[in-house]
Design a binder for this molecule. Structure first.
Ligand code: SAM
Length: 286
């Protein structure tokens, strides 16, 4: 982390800065958040869009820096978010559209971008209740898949998304975009294979692994009596043997046609909505 990145940290007293230069060091640090290494070092990430920023603040996420386009300055909601950022000791930047485009690498950028502190849930704190469903992903590689899965987990009422092994970063710009804000609503946990297998032994949950060689139809499993972990395999190679073997059930989604398999995010959605079918009703959305 550079000294400039420290400048965007929470210790700095809140203030509004006008920036039009692409070479401004604060902008350079924020732009660097497109790199995983910089996100890890600073423990922060970017989220685009006023609605997302408001939702994140409402859910208690800590904002380090708020960036908005000059044109959005007089919008009451932007003013409120800016005041809140300042009140929490964050930095508020009023920038040109050119600067916003370069920060988000988009031609038509959102008018508002927030830099938030990352939040990871600890594996040991994951103690699923009877009705809980957890999505566990083995080495998910594609940011779009991970974002879509986090969004779907949110929509289905899952309690967490557990990332096993070397997964793509849930806080990358692409993943956050694909979550459509659900990254702020669904706890994300990371674990090694060994940590997951150790946790599985005492978590009191049934692990339902999905596998193209699964002999059990996924619709025949009882998802009502125990918390369930839906274990999903890597996009290219599927689940490795050690994970599949340790599962309580190994299920398959029956298919027709020529496709070998379903896309990972689609398979996860099918599993989630089946596992939580008894809990989902049209009039029960909270
Ligand atoms: N070539 C990989 C394989 O042999 O497993 C395909 C992986 S598939 C694209 C990614 C993951 O989605 C799988 O590991 C599994 O978790 C899930 N999946 C996809 N289609 C499935 C199906 N018909 N039944 C069960 N799981 C499926």
């Amino acid at each position: 982390m550079t000294d400039d990145m420290q400048r965007t940290g929470p210790r700095r007293v809140g203030q509004v800065k006008e920036i039009t230069s692409l070479s401004n060091p604060i902008i350079k640090d924020i732009k660097a958040l497109t790199n995983k290494k910089d996100r890890e070092e600073s423990g922060t990430f970017m989220a685009e869009g006023l609605k997302l920023v408001i939702d994140a603040l409402q859910l208690g996420w800590v904002i380090r820096t708020l960036i908005y386009a000059k044109a959005a300055k007089s919008k009451p909601l932007v003013e409120q978010v800016a005041a809140r950022t300042v009140a929490h000791g964050g930095l508020v930047l009023e920038v040109s559209e050119k600067v916003l485009s370069s920060v988000t690498r988009r031609d038509n950028p959102q008018m508002v971008v927030g830099v938030f502190e990352q939040r990871w849930r600890k594996l040991d704190d994951l103690r699923p209740e009877k009705s809980a469903t957890i999505v566990a992903l083995d080495r998910v590689r594609d940011p779009g898949n991970l974002g879509t899965i986090i969004r779907t987990a949110d929509a289905a009422g899952a309690s967490a998304v557990l990332l096993i092994g070397d997964c793509t970063d849930p806080f990358s710009l692409e993943t956050v975009r694909a979550t459509m804000g659900s990254v702020f609503a669904v706890p994300v946990v990371k674990a090694s294979v060994e940590e997951f297998l150790a946790w599985q032994k005492h978590a009191g949950a049934q692990v339902v692994a999905t596998h193209l060689a699964g002999a059990v139809d996924y619709r025949t499993v009882d998802y009502r009596n125990k918390p369930t972990v839906l274990l999903m395999g890597n996009e290219q190679s599927g689940l490795p043997e050690n994970l599949a073997k340790a599962a309580d059930r190994t299920v398959r989604i029956p298919q027709q046609g020529r496709a070998d398999s379903l896309n990972l995010a689609v398979a996860t959605a099918v599993m989630l909505f089946e596992a939580r079918r008894h809990l989902l009703a049209l009039d029960a959305k909270e």
